[in-house]
Design a binder for this molecule. Structure first.
Ligand SMILES: [Zn+2]
Length: 284
């Protein structure tokens, strides 16, 4: 069976009218895994006919705000759009339980209002099962095998990337979501032999010219398109999917520039897309 990658949000912390915050959907059949939950994620999911109740699990690469801004929306909307207990599994690095506990605490007034007003919600709030992960396989008992490895986004720590492998009679289709990271051993290991790599990137060559220290600070803990391409090439990846464009890509010339930088170091297919761009990975 094919694995479908949907770029739900290709933006960054800077609000954009065109690009939602970081979020990627990995789908195989009825299983839908949401990787990160940035700004506007449920609007983008709605655009492909899906909602919070359809998510098999939410996986967080790290706890930077732009990757989790709308996790509260996913949690609440899953609850109010279902008609019986619908537990939600959230996977993330050490620290995820703490963040989820505080999000749920912030929702306490809303939870009280809704239970008080809707008799059919008396069964209570969504049960959230947080699984904190560091390295190795993650057992979700689905058709898609999921594993993770540590990445390097220091001083943001810990952070993880995820790999999805779907195997059937036709073979295996596999994709890795790197999240924010510089090239590192854990990501190399996760990517080895995978078909696709979805990698967040920033244009360090452009950001280095911006005389704002807060922007300059971002250069040392992200990958450039060239570095993402080198990681993909080392691992034998077929398709490199770039996302999290900083600065935002707005013209065909921009797109060509980004592609050319990656192509210097990578011989496979390069995907650079807007929100809702989909890539279908065939099994081999
Ligand atoms: Zn980050």
């Amino acid at each position: 069976m094919t694995l479908t990658i949907t770029l739900l949000g290709t933006g960054s912390p800077m609000p954009s009218p065109d690009r939602a915050g970081p979020a990627t959907l990995i789908s195989a059949g009825d299983e839908h895994y949401l990787v990160d939950a940035g700004r506007g994620v449920l609007m983008r999911l709605a655009a492909i006919g899906l909602g919070a109740p359809n998510l098999t699990a939410v996986l967080l690469t790290h706890l930077h705000s732009d990757h989790i801004t709308d996790l509260n929306d996913v949690i609440t909307t899953r609850w109010v759009m279902t008609f019986g207990p619908t537990p939600l599994t959230i996977i993330g690095p050490i620290g995820t339980q703490h963040v989820v506990d505080h999000i749920v605490a912030s929702l306490e007034p809303d939870i009280g209002y809704r239970i008080g007003h809707h008799e059919d919600l008396a069964y209570g709030f969504t049960e959230i099962n947080v699984i904190e992960v560091e390295d190795g396989p993650i057992d979700l008992s689905g058709q898609v095998a999921i594993s993770c490895a540590p990445t390097d986004h220091k001083p943001v720590h810990p952070t993880v990337g995820f790999r999805f492998d779907h195997t059937d009679a036709g073979g295996t289709a596999s994709a890795v979501t790197a999240g924010d990271t510089v090239p590192c051993e854990g990501l190399d290991r996760l990517c080895a032999g995978a078909h696709a790599l979805v990698h967040t990137v920033i244009r360090k060559d452009i950001i280095a010219t911006v005389p704002i220290q807060r922007m300059l600070d971002t250069v040392d803990y992200h990958s450039s398109p060239q570095e993402a391409a080198q990681t993909a090439e080392r691992a034998g990846i077929d398709t490199l999917v770039l996302t999290h464009y900083v600065p935002a890509i707005s013209t065909d010339d921009d797109r060509a520039d980004w592609r050319a930088l990656a192509a210097q170091h990578f011989s496979g297919a390069i995907e650079i897309g807007d929100d809702l761009h989909q890539i279908v990975i065939a099994p081999t």
